[in-house]
Design a protein. Structure first.
Length: 317
């Protein structure tokens, strides 16, 4: 422990101070009556630095030192990029409930009447392969339009049709078809596909199950189609009505070629088979009839069918 000379007030030389440090103890006892306040302040400062930033963070705000899980980050990014109301069906339904009702009032003249719009459903058209005959069983294809039955009060009045642009998520075209029977048919359509034939301004329903039956909807299509008909047969009706020759695909050509070959050679093979069968039956019948004669001939002794010599001599005399 370094000391200071009391008589002179002068510090010892450097060598003496170094020797005193080497020979002294490493830990020095605290002086009697030392104030513990500085040590307590140091401990409190450490606790404030470590605990306060974590505990005093605002609710819902993560601490900078914390990392969110990948699931939370993905959910936040998805919710931030999703734009509600951009689905074409949602856009069409939202437009129907407001602008569609106003459009129906304008067409019907019922400005103060209550208008009810049903759930929208996609509009389809005949597939190109179905129309030209290359794919007779091709299902109708969607065209990007949506339709809903409209009623004023409790009376069906027609069909509201809108075209939705998916890029801008907005209605770009609208129309109202005033046909009470059409509105009633579409309202009870169920799971069938709604088809609009633009060429004749007619509406149809195609049942997806089974043979895909075509049913007329509304007044216009009822004059063109008397009753339900299969999709394949109705395609032939459309082509005959339009005077168009069916376009035959490669697969259909192969099937028709195979069917044509069988149609030519089938009767010939049948006649040949019948002839062979007749010959076999005739031969077996003849053998069965002549079997007793053959058996009797086999039992007869050798030479028994010749004339005896005595009879030959008698005849000579």
């Amino acid at each position: 422990m370094s000391t200071v000379s009391r008589g002179t007030g002068r510090r010892p030389p450097r060598r003496e101070r170094a020797a005193g440090r080497l020979s002294g103890a490493r830990a020095y006892p605290a002086r009697a009556g030392a104030d513990p306040l500085p040590a307590a302040l140091v401990v409190l400062a450490v606790l404030v630095v470590v605990v306060v930033p974590v505990g005093s963070a605002a609710p819902g705000v993560p601490c900078p030192a914390q990392k969110e899980s990948p699931a939370v980050v993905e959910e936040q990014s998805a919710s931030s990029t999703a734009v509600p109301g951009t689905d074409p069906e949602d856009v069409a339904q939202t437009w129907m409930s407001d602008a569609g009702a106003t459009l129906v009032r304008q067409h019907t003249g019922e400005q103060q009447a209550e208008v009810e719009i049903s759930q929208v459903r996609p509009v389809h058209a005949w597939a190109p392969g179905f129309l030209d005959g290359s794919e007779p069983t091709a299902a109708p294809v969607p065209v990007g339009s949506w339709a809903a039955a409209a009623a004023v009060g409790e009376e069906p009045v027609g069909l509201v049709v809108v075209e939705v642009d998916e890029a801008s998520a907005s209605v770009v075209d609208d129309d109202v078809v005033l046909d009470g029977s059409l509105a009633e048919d579409v309202a009870g359509l169920g799971t069938s596909v709604l088809v609009h034939d633009v060429e004749v301004a007619a509406w149809y329903a195609v049942e997806p199950a089974g043979a895909m039956t075509v049913v007329a909807l509304g007044e216009v299509s009822s004059t063109l189609l008397a009753g339900p008909i299969s999709l394949v047969d109705y395609g032939q009706v459309l082509r005959e009505r339009n005077g168009a020759e069916p376009v035959v695909s490669t697969s259909q050509t192969q099937v028709q070629a195979g069917a044509g070959g069988w149609a030519v050679w089938g009767p010939v093979l049948a006649v040949v088979a019948v002839g062979v069968l007749a010959v076999v039956v005739t031969v077996r019948h003849e053998r069965r009839v002549t079997a007793p004669l053959r058996q009797a001939r086999q039992r007869m002794p050798l030479g028994s069918d010749t004339i005896p010599d005595s009879h030959v001599n008698h005849l000579q005399d």
